[in-house]
Every structure is written in structure tokens, then in C-alpha cells.
Ligand binder design. Sequence first.
Ligand code: SF4
Length: 380
Amino acid sequence: MTKNNNLEIYIHIPFCKRKCRYCDFLSFACSENVQKRYMDALKKEISAKSIKYESYVVTSVFIGGGTPSIVDPFWIKELMELVFDKFTISETAEITMEMNPGTVTKESLGLYKDAGINRLSMGLQSANDRELALLGRIHSFQEFLSAYASARSVGFFNINVDLMSALPRQSVESYMDTLDKVLNLSPPPEHISAYSLIVEEGTPFYVAYEKGELELPSEEDERLMYEKTEEILKLHGYRRYEISNYAKEGYECRHNVGYWVRENYAGFGLGAASMIENQRFSGETDLKKYLENPLAEREAEVLSLEEQMEEFMFLGLRLIKGVEEAVFKETFGKSIDDVYGEVLQKHCKEGLLIRERGRVFLSTRGLDVSNYVMADFILS
Ligand code: SF4
């Protein structure tokens, strides 16, 4: 049930200098030798599997991690040459790379630019060095400032900055100070992702939390940080377009929006999943196995109609504009009321969902309790 032949590409580079204390992503420290072997395996995988995507036009590429900027920048250049060679890349494609401010120089940033990368996503998290150290980040705020200035000077005009709130021992004042410093960058970033810390199982933070040693802000302060984010960013011309994402007009992350509206995406590299024509392919998560055979066929799971409808609602409702009733009907051949009539009625009555001009979206209150609302869209 594809709407078009657009394709998004995700490329995973799982290496980091060291693990941050809150992180549960598929990432780890590794020798340069293993990094090189991985990049070779990745190129092999992309070359071989690109044939399947001959009829698609790539609208976005996202190199994520891990810390893609940790590997030799020439390897990123080679990787991008291969991507341009093997796929039909739209002239207006958004090509993003994640980077850690502690791992770049003006020269490496220049190489990324020359390689065709046109958007950077910088993991800052906090402008407070004490908070950065507590998180286990490898960079200081000063290093971020210098990386940001270098990125601008080599010609990056589309930059996202990642921020986190509700950090251990973080006060509302300190969070506001971070926001203030980011908004006073010259020029300020085009895009800001602002997430609240989630203490994930299996992380050092989780262990500390279990022992009662993680001094998290009170619920009241956490709430205040959350509310202040939207209020202050709005005053500075950012529009909230997704639960945790804010952008200046025209700078919404196309790659992520594509994911939320269920475009086809092909993932390459360790643990990278794909979703093509409602078939989900999981990625190999064992590095040794991946290096031995990067071409191994991934397990395919065909999504049932119910699962597709659930995904349509879960992902679409993350967007502030919500989902279009007509698109639901066109995609599934049934009206949204036939499938979700009762749920919609219940949450509209509670003031958590709004139906207006053919769209269904979360109200401000609904955004605060989105998990509660979305749970009701499970059909199976
Ligand atoms: S830099 Fe990012 S991916 Fe790497 S450990 Fe830290 S949070 Fe995780």
C-alpha cells in the first residue's frame, strides 16, 4: 500500500569514544581497526542491497549512531560517494549526519560538507559542564561552541541541536540557562530536539536509580522544564511539529517526518531495521556476525492490516498536525470511524484529542499524556 516510490535511507555507525551513562542505544567503543572493517562491511552491504531499490528515489539519508563523526572523515566521504553512486538521490534530498562536538575539526566538517551532507545533528544535551560530566558526555560546552562555529563557517545552514531536560541535579534555572545559551548562538540552530531524560534499564543511570543514588529533579520541576521549552522556543520563532521536536519554518527534519508518516525506509549497518511496502526487516545486532556476513538476509515480518493501522495512528499522532482522516481511508479502504470510532469519541470527550477539518490530533493536554491516549489505538 505504497503512496509513492520515495525511499529514506538510514545508515548506522555504532561507535562512540565511550558510553554515556544514560545511553541504551546500540553503540560502543572500538579500535580503529574494527571501525575500518565495519566501514568496509557496510559498503559491501549497501552495494549489494541497493539493487533492490533501483525503482526508488531517495528523499533523505540519515547517518546516525553511535557517533558517526568518530570514524575517519575520509571514510564518510567514501560512504557518501557510494550512496550517490548506487541510489537515485533526489536533488532536494536532506542528508543528515549526527555528530558529537568532541569529535570534529573544521577540516572534518569541511569534508562532510564536500561529501554532500547538508544537515548536521549535534548532540549537545546541556550547556552546563557539570551536567555534561554527570551524563558521561565527552565534550564541554566550549567544545560545542567551537564545533558549532566551525560548522557554520564551512557552510552548514541546517543544524539541529539535541537537548535534554530532567537531568540529575539539574535545576529549572540551569535548564533555562542552557536554552538561553543555545538560542543566543549566532545564528541560532534551525532545529532543536528537546527530550526529557528517560532512565533506561541496563544503563549506569538505572543502577544508580535503583540504589536511590540518582538525584532527579522533582516532578514539578520536570514539568516546568517541559512547559518552558515550548513557551520559550515559540517566542524565538520555533514551531513545535512533533512531541519533542521544534523547527524554524521549513526546517522540520524530513527524514523523521517521513518515518512518522510511514514512508519506506531502508536501514544499513548493525541493528538497522528497514520497512519496505509494509514488510519489516530487522537488523543483525551482533557485530561479529555482521562483520562476517554483512549480506545476510534479514528476517522479514509482514505487517497485518491491524498492525499497519496501529502504526499509522501511533506514529501520526506524534506529529502536532496529527493524522488525516482521508489518508486513513485511502490507505486502508475503511473510514477512521469504522475502526477507531469509540476510541476517538472517548478521547475527544476527555479533551485529549481534537477532530478538526478532516484531521485528528492530540490537544495540548493530550500531548502531555500521549502514551495513555496511544495505548487505546492497539487493535490486537
Ligand atoms: S554519544 Fe550518543 S550514542 Fe554514544 S554513548 Fe553517548 S548517547 Fe549513546
